[in-house]
Ligand binder design. Structure first.
Ligand code: COI
Length: 354
């Protein structure tokens, strides 16, 4: 890629890569040698720099810390058979970042800043892309307000950063989820469709209550009557009902997941009927009991396709078909992983080589 951004690069003196056990990578705990930073000052992006990964000084009055004016993205890169970095749908993450930015009153990150910083950073740390099965390089771009100001108003200064993280599986087993009938992840007119840090902060406590009761995560329902299913944990949720792929339709309380969209496109290309519509709790519970709901899974970048083993509702657990017997979600996981890793053709043009 031709570099056009004026970027200062400060290399690490000594890489930490030899300290990492790539045969046993946890999720989200190991960071590569370098990180990217850019500042938005006086209405313009600048000061593009790559520095050694590490702590950074910020003002104690930073609004991002006080009021949560912070958004993020999640993407993955895989090592191709010739050592190249294969990044999955980065432009979709870029456009979603900017949709989130608009909602949180933040400046858009230009496409060239996003793509060039990403490719330069990945190129520097390409040795960190795992080639072990089930592992990948998780890419975390994020944007936060960086004013020094106590008070609520649109900020003027912002920082955009990218950090990289070799990761293994997000969930090591099929997930047990509980339908949430009291707490709300996102309300109508709120920020649920944006990847705003605050959405996740507010979800930790209800998720912890479910975890204390033996579940991994929640099945979030609408904030009005808790009648319709919205998302699962930090993922979108999808079902196979009477051989149709069904998922809650997008709204301002549901994140437009890129894995969700990929699964919908793949299913349609295979000739499977898909429906994006309201999915009620009743439809799912009755459907599990009658055998019409045969599969349920979460879809997200971190977890990819996370099969749902059982759904807890009103004190009872409803078990779905054993995971090994699930035709669609097993096939979509294998095909999607194959495309992402460059092992299968990419008819959708999703993979970007860097
Ligand atoms: C992702 O799937 O990339 C997410 O954003 C989930 C994250 C909170 C780990």
């Amino acid at each position: 890629m031709v570099e056009t951004l004026k970027m200062e690069i400060n290399h690490v003196k000594q890489s930490r890569i030899n300290e990492v056990d790539f045969s046993n990578i946890p999720f989200g705990k190991i960071f590569t040698d370098h990180m990217f930073m850019a500042d938005f000052r006086k209405g313009e992006w600048g000061n593009f720099r790559i520095t050694p990964y590490g702590y950074m000084p910020i003002s104690p009055a930073t609004p991002a810390i006080h009021y949560g004016q912070a958004i993020f993205e999640g993407m993955k890169a895989y090592r191709g058979t010739h050592g190249e970095a294969l990044v999955f749908r980065p432009l979709d993450n870029w456009s979603r970042l900017n949709r989130s930015a608009e909602r949180l009153c933040m400046p858009a990150v230009p496409e060239d800043v996003f793509m060039e910083s990403l490719s330069t950073l990945i190129d520097l740390d390409r040795e960190w892309i795992p080639d072990t099965k089930g592992a990948s390089l998780y890419i975390r771009p994020f944007l936060f307000s960086a004013d020094e100001y106590i008070g609520i108003k649109p900020s003027e200064d912002f920082t955009f950063m990218i950090i990289l993280c070799p990761v293994g599986a997000y969930y090591s087993t099929p997930v047990k989820v509980r339908i949430e009938t009291h707490y709300t992840r996102a309300a109508q007119g709120g920020t649920g469709y944006a990847k705003a840090g605050g959405n996740y902060a507010g979800a930790i406590y209800p998720a912890k209550l479910a975890q204390n009761a033996g579940y991994h995560q929640l099945l979030w329902t609408d904030g009005k009557n808790h009648e319709y299913i919205e998302e699962s944990g930090t993922m979108n949720v999808m079902f196979v009902i009477d051989n149709v792929l069904v998922t809650p339709e997008l709204s301002d309380s549901i994140l437009a997941g890129i894995t969700r969209d990929s699964v919908l496109q793949m299913a349609s290309a295979w000739g499977m009927k898909t429906e994006e519509r309201k999915v009620s709790v009743k439809e799912i519970i009755d459907g599990i009991e009658s055998g019409r709901v045969t599969e349920a899974f979460g879809a997200g970048t971190a977890a990819t396709i996370a099969p749902i083993e059982l759904i807890g509702y009103n004190g009872r657990d409803y078990y779905l078909t054993p995971v090994e017997k699930r035709e669609f979600s097993n096939k979509v996981l294998t095909e999607l992983e194959g495309i992402k890793r460059g092992l299968k053709p990419d008819p959708f043009g999703w993979v970007v080589k860097m």
